[in-house]
Design a protein around this ligand. Structure first.
Ligand code: CP
Length: 299
């Protein structure tokens, strides 16, 4: 594995290996980290806001004994002076051993990888994909369900058009037998055709029956910054708001996930319910990204 650009690139055996390596990294993390990446530098180039992805990549590298250089505000980047991403990447690839990047435009991580002398890890490219998130999502699902051993109903809810995490996770889940996928979103922000496959079911309302049958509900934020007009956003912004009453209808062993940040789509009163796993999910980003860094550096 060199670059991580899209969920498409992973075979089932790749996924099995990354899940195993992530579990090993969780053990290393519990012991305080290691020196596996001693002398290595991660370049974190984040041209869109991020809390979890950037900081968990940085934490992952530091827990492996490496160091971090970062560019987190485009205002202070030479891109503001007109530099193109191709040039930035050539230079940062000379400073760092590996690059984690978040870009505004779909496909930009792939472009960066083309010009990079070092591995590039896509930390989200516009409304395209977020493949490293989908791996920590998979890791989280595995912690609670034995995917492939019995049927698993996974329901994606919210902004499925612009929410890049669901694009990547839907692709990853196709590698496993017995995963049934439902999409629940208003028509305007329904899952794009390119990610829908035969057998998936599509809904515009979150009926009780869907809540009751789901093993995993993966909720997402309405991505206000990506809507083409404010009227559409205002029409759908409160389409689904998870309340304790709604989550109480889920199976006791079902899990409610969310890549975060949340705005208002899950009430804070839900946090204490046993189904709420979104904070655990975000913390899983560290061992999974430790595994991805080590794999990409072939350590
Ligand atoms: N899940 C996720 O991508 O969060 P951030 O935007 O905070 O990185």
């Amino acid at each position: 594995m060199k670059h991580v650009l899209s969920a498409d690139q992973f075979s089932r055996s790749d996924l099995d290996h990354i899940m195993k390596r992530s579990a090993e990294m969780a053990d290393i993390l519990a012991l305080g980290g290691s020196k596996l990446c001693d002398g290595k530098i991660l370049g974190a180039l984040f041209y869109e806001p991020s809390t979890r992805t950037r900081l968990s990549f940085e934490t992952a590298m530091m827990r492996l004994g490496g160091k971090v250089i970062s560019e987190t505000d485009v205002t202070f980047s030479s891109q503001t002076k007109g530099e193109v991403i191709e040039d930035t990447i050539r230079i940062v690839g000379g400073y760092a051993d590996i690059i984690a990047i978040r870009t505004k435009q779909k496909g930009e991580a792939k472009l960066a990888a083309h010009y990079s002398p070092v591995p590039v890890l896509n930390g989200g490219d516009g409304s395209g994909e977020h493949p490293t998130q989908s791996l920590l999502d998979l890791y989280t699902i595995f912690k609670h369900h034995k995917i492939g051993e019995k049927p698993l109903n996974v329901t994606f809810v919210g902004d499925l058009k612009y929410g890049r995490t669901v694009h990547s996770l839907a692709k990853i889940l196709r590698q496993y037998e017995g995963v049934n996928i439902q999409y629940v979103a208003p028509e305007e922000i329904q899952m794009p055709e390119e990610y829908i496959k035969d057998g998936d079911s599509i809904h515009t309302e979150l009926h009780d029956e869907i809540l009751q049958q789901a093993d995993v509900i993966y909720d997402t934020r309405m991505q206000k910054e990506r809507f083409e007009d404010v009227e559409t956003f205002n029409r759908v912004r409160n389409a689904f708001i998870f309340t304790p009453e709604m989550v109480g209808k889920m199976k006791p062993d079902a899990i409610l996930m969310h890549p975060l940040p949340r705005v208002n789509e899950i009430q804070q009163a839900v946090d204490k319910l046993p189904q709420a796993k979104y904070f655990e999910q975000a913390l899983n980003g560290v061992p999974v990204r430790m595994a991805l860094i080590a794999e990409a550096l072939e350590i």
